[in-house]
Design a protein around this ligand. Sequence first.
Ligand code: CAA
Length: 288
Amino acid sequence: MAAVCRMLRLAAARYPCRPGVFRQFSAGPSFQYILVERKGQSQNVGFIQLNRPKALNALCDGLMTEINRALDSFEADPQIGAIVITGSEKAFAAGADIKEMQNRTFQECYGGSFLAHWNRVSTVRKPVIAAVNGYALGGGCELAMMCDIIYAGEKAQFGQPEILLGTIPGAGGTQRLTRAVGKSLAMEMVLTGDRINAQEAKEAGLVSRVYPVDKVVDEAITCGEKIAQNSKLIVSMAKEAVNGAFELSLSEGNRLEKRLFHSTFATDDRKEGMTAFVEKRKTNFNDH
Ligand code: CAA
């Protein structure tokens, strides 16, 4: 233990000007590229802030690995009922790290399944809310779209500018953007590299709400708290059912919904929810 502490002290001395380096999340892992905290009055909202300000939160491999680790921690934490991911006021994330990708070969990308570990956000069972300020470009837009809900600050900008770099989106942009905003706008954005602003993103259905820049993170946390007050078990079922709409035919999706709906009747929390209503009292869910 003493040796570990000495290593951390040495490392902290070596990287004095990089905020977030070796910041601890409870007794769990330490992080270099992100800040990880619990938020909300009941400390039941997991909070991940991308923290590479000088690179506009470009998503280097290390940063994505850290996001995955933080998500694993929150997913396993029974107290956490929702997760918020945000960046800085200038940039949610300006995309995959172009400097890191610049000299990669096809063989390295294909052989190493480049970006294969980027989709952890989309497999988390707890709800994830993106609070987007500034640039959400390329992989940054894709990261936001992997989340379940997107709130945007008034100056947010969304885009898939990969075409301008001689490549195409590689973390779900062509698929999720098209499902979110429809073919015409998705094509326009992917083929021209043009960005849309927060209001346009709202009108197109990419984001659910737009807030002043300094309010969007708090609003996302408030939304997370509201979700976390519900049964975590039932929230996961509801999320699974909505996500079915993106993968399944209408009849298959309705079948999945029905099965999950029936399954809620096997839980304590369904019984508690309805009993509390009838008894005109507040619910007391136990996530069982
Ligand atoms: N990767 C690596 N570094 C990046 C970066 C990125 N995606 N985006 C910005 N940076 C770096 C810049 O190189 C610069 O670093 P230096 O100070 O060392 O030169 C620093 O961040 C600040 O950037 P700018 O000086 O460019 O800031 P700006 O305010 O003038 O412009 C911007 C902001 C319009 C976002 C511009 O930085 C930009 O166009 N960035 C690239 C956006 C992009 O193409 N994203 C897609 C990446 S590919 C991808 O994401 C593939 C995928 O599907 C996963």
